[in-house]
Write a protein that binds this ligand. Structure first.
Ligand code: 9UX
Length: 69
């Protein structure tokens, strides 16, 4: 089954930021689905991706990410 990972994001201020973070997360191996929420500064990622790889992808895009829980 797919796993769900939640992240707290840093640095997003507009809808284009959301698009960039979304694209960065989707590019990671094993990702099935991504939902980025600007108001909550959060991302929910499903699939079988490495949390470290997801954080690295967000950081490479210029934002911050921290795994929740
Ligand atoms: Mo919006 Mo975000 O103009 O990196 S794209 S602030």
């Amino acid at each position: 089954d797919d796993e769900s990972l939640s992240f707290l994001l840093d640095g997003m201020t507009c809808a284009s930021c959301v698009s960039k973070v979304n694209k960065a997360l989707l590019s990671v191996d094993g990702v099935e689905n991504v939902r980025v929420n600007l108001a909550e500064r959060s991302a929910l990622v499903t699939g079988h991706a490495s949390p470290d790889a997801l954080v690295a992808a967000v950081e490479k895009a210029g934002y911050g990410a921290e795994l929740i829980q």
